[in-house]
Design a protein around this ligand. Structure first.
Ligand code: SF4
Length: 349
């Protein structure tokens, strides 16, 4: 019997509109533990950017400290990036976005970086509606310092060596909703089909888009008794709203039953089509988002795009920041001249 050998097709080598393959969106090789959920999120970033046809240099990656914060080196090797101080990524992102609003800002953080030392910074970036995608790679432990519980650890969850957590967790999704975030989602590193469109929609959203991604730490928090393990997450995983991102020039042809799908135009181009698994939930309704989280409390992990508000002005709009990057504004516009300065100073006399 003869067999026909199929030609080798490497989907990673398919060129997008920029003439780039997925490989062009990769960074340096990961040094994380084999099987770490964070590497799957890195792969989702690579795919999302490639599918959005974005030029790598049009992105800026900013992170704090921790295993998650190391990952910005593993994707978009041709874009700018800053590994900042622990918990201080949002203020650096705020400064960068004020000076150059013409980039896609991606913040990568962890539950330790965002919910403990960086909690204040996280909260105020939400209040300002800073135009950035903020991904929390959430594993419930401090992996870099050998697995102590983080602030997102659930009550009753067990550490690798048996200790039980008794402190109340901080849920980043609930917190972001409370503080008025304009795009709130949760996903799982093990579900790229859900995560990639969420990343795309978060990048095209104008304002603060937070995605809390359950991302198991295989070395310190992937055992029986942990509520952030692969086994636990697969068991209690509950997709509520599936988001499909549809680029501007592509017709929405997917087969969505009437009443089960919502199309929301994104400020920065394209549409997000939300397929409702839970028919009672409308992600444009903030109260409904709270109810959803409350009703599923303790049993399931609701995932998908939980809340979205495309009407809120972002930090740039609120503060009348010009779209042109500061270094591209003509000197004559930046410098008011000595007469104007004198007039200004005289106002303080
Ligand atoms: Fe990932 Fe945990 Fe290893 Fe850190 S310690 S790289 S979080 S598996």
């Amino acid at each position: 019997m003869t067999s026909i050998k199929k030609p080798l097709v490497d989907k990673h080598l398919r060129k997008n509109k920029q003439g780039l393959t997925q490989r062009d969106y990769e960074g340096v090789a990961s040094t994380l533990c084999a099987g770490c959920g964070h590497d799957s999120i890195t792969a989702a970033f690579v795919r999302a950017f490639h599918e959005l046809d974005l030029e790598p240099h049009r992105a800026a990656k900013i992170s704090g400290i921790g295993c998650s914060s190391k990952t910005t080196a593993y994707f978009l090797g041709q874009s700018s990036g800053i590994n900042t101080v622990h918990g201080r990524m949002p203020s650096v992102a705020t400064g960068a976005a004020a000076v150059n609003p013409d980039l896609h800002y991606i913040g990568v953080s962890g539950d330790g970086d965002s919910l403990s030392i960086g909690l204040g910074q996280f909260a105020h970036a939400i209040r300002r509606n800073l135009n950035m995608l903020y991904v929390i790679e959430n594993n419930g432990v401090y992996g870099l310092t050998k697995g102590q519980f983080s602030a997102s650890a659930d009550i009753g969850t067990r550490a690798k060596y048996g200790e039980v957590n008794e402190q109340t967790p901080i849920d980043p999704v609930r917190l972001a909703l409370t503080l008025g975030a304009s795009f709130v989602a949760r996903s799982f590193s093990g579900d790229k089909e859900q995560l990639v469109p969420l990343i795309k929609a978060g990048l095209m959203h104008r304002g603060f888009a937070v995605i809390d991604v359950v991302s198991p730490c295989v070395t310190f928090n992937d055992h029986a008794g942990s509520t952030k393990s692969y086994a636990h997450t697969y068991k209690y995983y509950h997709p509520v709203i599936h988001a499909d991102f549809v680029p501007e020039e592509t017709e929405i042809t997917a087969d969505y039953a009437e009443g089960e799908a919502i199309t929301i135009p994104m400020h920065n181009g394209g549409d997000v089509v939300l397929r409702k698994t839970d028919k009672s939930h409308d992600p444009r309704d903030r109260d409904a988002a709270f109810d959803l989280l409350k009703n599923l409390e303790g049993s399931e992990i609701p995932t998908g795009l939980i809340y979205i508000d495309e009407s809120r002005p972002d930090m740039g709009e609120m503060n009348h920041i010009p779209d042109t990057p500061l270094n591209a504004i003509d000197h004559s516009k930046l410098c008011p001249g000595s007469a104007k300065l004198k007039e200004l100073m005289d106002g303080y006399a």
